[in-house]
Design a protein around this ligand. Structure first.
Ligand code: ZN
Ligand code: ZN
Ligand code: FE
Length: 791
């Protein structure tokens, strides 16, 4: 060691955040060596424990440089420094973590192939040249290969591949990029790929399999490709016939868009417009699907246009970049953009095993590109949309899970399991100070996906080492998750708690924005559905309150749903009921295209149903208003075709509105929206829409005016509440805020009133964020205050 000027000190650094399993300790090691400091680093229950000893200037320099020189996947959320007694260590070392110490947040999300590995993948001199499983501490699978904790190779699905001598040397060398990279592998010792016919017959192995798979894709064939968290079905996106065939085989819901994978950013720019924030979203470590605005004629390699069938009648395309080495090999030139849709029959959980793929996917594809590294946990691609320059996570899965969220304002009590709702299910577990929101599980409305959720709560508890003491569920008595909560509570003698659906959305948004615990706020919750405190269906709410309690000050005027769920799938029914609400018996006399596809008798029967109220539940959900308006404008679902996928009418209505010139600054209808009661009344709005339609105003303009008017309706309802109660913050949540026009319009209007607007970013505003909201409500209630009043 060199001579160190000044006094010698020792300091303890405790670092919290994403600091385990991401190459953090080798970074600390290298930095300490560089500054000639002695001491040690290891993982502990808090995160990382560092003791450094040396000259004051060097210690200061260490503390200053550490946050700037982090490995790519690491993130520091807390750093505490305390002085210690000098111990006169000889060197700096990485010491073993005690078993308990290694547990917290030890498992990080899967990460895309890093630039160093990508270079090696393309370097003929490298021993991992063209090796589809190359990875290092900065990249590769994590969450999807972990069987149990601590996160060590024997506890991953890589246990089946003993490391060769050279891999082991890299793994054990703190100066190596592969130091403690659990999935480290090479062509000698690691997993390999096989191309199979759809009858299971192997066609080729290793690099030949990759090359032949490319040939098949270039010929327009449909391939099932095993990835990190499941299988994709892939086809050339410029092949009209291929895309149509895939849609036919998959029985894809009518019109539901497919995501695309393209080689790199330049290729992505040929398909969609990407601003700075969208570029950043596309290239972030998680490599999510980014919904971005389609170019006029999106083209692939060589100028071939993307098949219209990829995302018919939508303004956006879902685009992602390659994230595994295999993707990079497959997408080498001249491969056109590929449709990459999740490899599971619609509404079933993801396929993860080779056997399952051969059984379930072989009828959907021409060949399967398999590999022999097992997927322990299925994980969908995540989906992001940038609105007003800010990323909003629509689906939180691969690359984000199981990264804990660390709210600083509301207290997070430990050991709470929240089960979420029924659609876009995801569960949430808490540890002191942390929330872990689990992966997107899809809708749990069938046995297979319900089994998936059952298994998920066991697996996540194991993974983050939490034995829940309280189970939280939605207020809806008939949700599967509500029944499961009771069942778990009985089994393990736990307590349960119900949280109202829209309160959970509200709390999730407050928590994500670190809103203070005891400060009341307004919540505008525009949602599809949710069980209300009075037993009716809510979803157009203006709430006042906070984490612990809330009141609904204003609801959307209820819409009648003739036939209940049938009306949700066939929005012309809701539309008719809505028109009846506005025009009475005269509704059927309106000469609207909406009615053209239906027998007169049938429509009259529906009106009878509405009048009688029999088999005609009501909903205050803004999602239903979108359905009805889409139907009145005769969008798909408005005529005799049922809705093809969740929220299709609303998505297409927004796309239509965006065709209007200056859609985001169009004037709202000149209707009285001053709110004097506790009801958001949509009737004047609907009357104005019908008047426009009959005047022959184009539909895009009407759709845009509808968005602007709804925004005004909400703003005019918020204003008197904010003024009367001196509230200055408004949280926007609920599935309807996936709508960019609505979200950014309402934000602008509320900000003009000098209100602070809180929106979602890392937590979905749809039901994918519900469990997190439930957990935070339960947590806030268990820390000292009375539970929310349910009145
Ligand atoms: Zn790497
Ligand atoms: Zn090896
Ligand atoms: Fe919801």
């Amino acid at each position: 060691m060199g001579v160190i000027a000044g006094s010698i000190e020792r300091r303890l650094l405790r670092v919290g955040g994403v600091v385990q399993g991401v190459g953090f300790r080798p970074t600390v090691y290298a930095l300490a060596r560089d500054l000639q400091l002695t001491g040690f680093v290891n993982n502990d229950t808090f995160g990382v424990h560092i003791e450094i000893e040396g000259g004051t200037a060097q210690l200061d320099s260490f503390i200053e440089r550490l946050p700037r020189e982090l490995p790519p996947m690491a993130r520091i959320s807390q750093l505490e420094v305390t002085p210690l007694e000098i111990r006169k260590d000889e060197t700096f070392s990485i010491t073993a973590s005690n078993a308990r110490g290694a547990l917290v947040a030890a498992v990080t999300p899967d990460a895309h192939l890093c630039d160093d590995c990508l270079r090696e993948l393309g370097n003929p001199a490298d021993r991992r040249f063209r090796y589809p499983f190359i990875n290092c501490t900065n990249c590769g699978p994590r969450y999807t290969i972990v069987r149990s904790i601590p996160y060590d190779r024997p506890n991953t699905t890589m246990a089946a591949f003993p490391m060769c001598e050279r891999c082991r040397r890299e793994y054990e060398d703190p100066r190596d990029r592969r130091f403690h990279a659990q999935p480290v592998a090479c062509p000698v010792c690691g997993p390999s790929v096989t191309l199979c016919q759809n009858n299971g017959e192997p066609l080729a192995r290793g690099d030949d399999a990759v090359l032949e798979a490319r040939e098949a894709l270039l010929r327009g064939q449909i391939l099932a490709i095993k990835g990190i968290g499941g299988f994709h079905l892939a086809v050339d996106a410029t092949s009209k016939a291929g895309v149509e065939e895939l849609r036919r085989r998959k029985g894809r819901e009518q019109g539901k868009p497919f995501a695309l994978m393209v080689r790199n950013l330049e290729r992505a720019r040929e398909l969609v417009h990407l601003d700075e924030a969208e570029t950043e979203a596309l290239t972030r470590t998680a490599r999510p699907i980014v919904l971005a605005r389609k170019k006029r004629t999106p083209t692939g390699e060589g100028g071939d246009p993307i098949a219209e069938g990829v995302a018919p009648s939508l303004r956006h395309l879902g685009v992602m970049l390659p994230y595994t080495p295999l993707h990079h090999l497959l997408l080498e030139p001249p491969m056109p953009p590929l449709v990459m849709t999740s490899g599971n029959p619609t509404s079933e959980p993801l396929t993860t095993t080779n056997k399952d793929a051969l059984e379930r996917l072989s009828s959907l594809c021409d060949a399967l590109l398999l590999h022999n590294r097992d997927i322990q946990t299925a994980c969908d691609d995540s989906v992001v949309q940038v609105i007003d320059g800010e990323p909003l996570l629509l689906r939180r899965a691969r690359g984000f899970v199981p990264q804990p969220l660390l709210p600083t304002a509301p207290p997070v009590a430990g050991a709470i399991l929240a089960l979420g709702g029924e659609m876009k299910a995801a569960i949430c577990l808490t540890r002191p100070g942390q929330l872990v929101l689990g992966r997107h599980l899809g809708d749990v409305d069938n046995i297979r996906s319900q089994e998936g959720l059952r298994e998920e709560q066991r697996a996540l508890s194991r993974l983050i080492d939490v034995e829940p003491e309280l189970v939280v569920h939605d207020l809806h008595p008939d949700y599967f998750t509500t029944r499961l909560a009771r069942e778990l509570a009985d089994e393990r003698s736990l307590s349960t708690m119900a949280v109202q659906h829209h309160h959970a959305h509200f709390a999730a948004c407050l928590a994500e924005n670190d809103h203070p615990l005891d400060k009341a706020a307004i919540g505008v919750i525009f949602d599809g559905t949710g069980y209300g405190l009075d037993g009716t269906i809510w979803g157009g709410e203006i709430l006042v309150g906070g984490y612990r309690r809330f009141e609904s000050r204003c609801h959307l005027r209820p819409l009648a749903l003739p036939g209940g769920d049938v009306a949700v799938r066939n929005p012309y029914r809701t539309a008719l009921a809505l028109l009846f609400d506005v025009f009475g018996e005269a509704a059927l006399q309106l000469d609207l295209e909406l009615f053209a596809g239906h027998e007169r008798r049938h429509l009259e029967d529906l009106v009878k149903l509405v009048r009688s109220g029999l088999a005609c539940p009501t909903s205050r959900g803004v999602g239903r208003l979108f359905d009805a308006v889409a139907a009145i404008l005769a969008l798909p679902g408005g005529l005799s075709t049922p809705v093809g996928y969740d929220a299709q009418p609303a998505i297409e209505l927004e796309a239509l509105a965006n065709q209007a010139p200056e859609a985001d600054s169009i004037e709202p209808y000149d209707i009285n929206t001053a709110s004097t009661s506790d009801e958001l009344d949509h009737r004047p709005l609907v009357a104005a829409i019908v008047q426009d339609l009959r005047r022959g105003v184009d539909r895009a303009t009407i759709a845009a005016r509808f968005h602007a008017s709804l925004t005004k309706l909400a703003t005019d309802a918020v204003r008197p509440i904010a003024e009367a109660e001196s509230l200055d913050t408004v949280a926007l949540s609920g599935g309807c805020f996936n709508n960019a026009l609505l979200l950014s319009g309402l934000t602008r209007h509320l900000e003009q009133l000098e209100l602070e607007v809180l929106r979602h970013h890392d937590v979905p505003c749809n039901d994918g964020g519900l469990a997190l909201g439930q957990a935070i409500v339960a947590s806030a209630c268990s820390t000292g205050a009375a539970p929310p009043r349910e009145e």
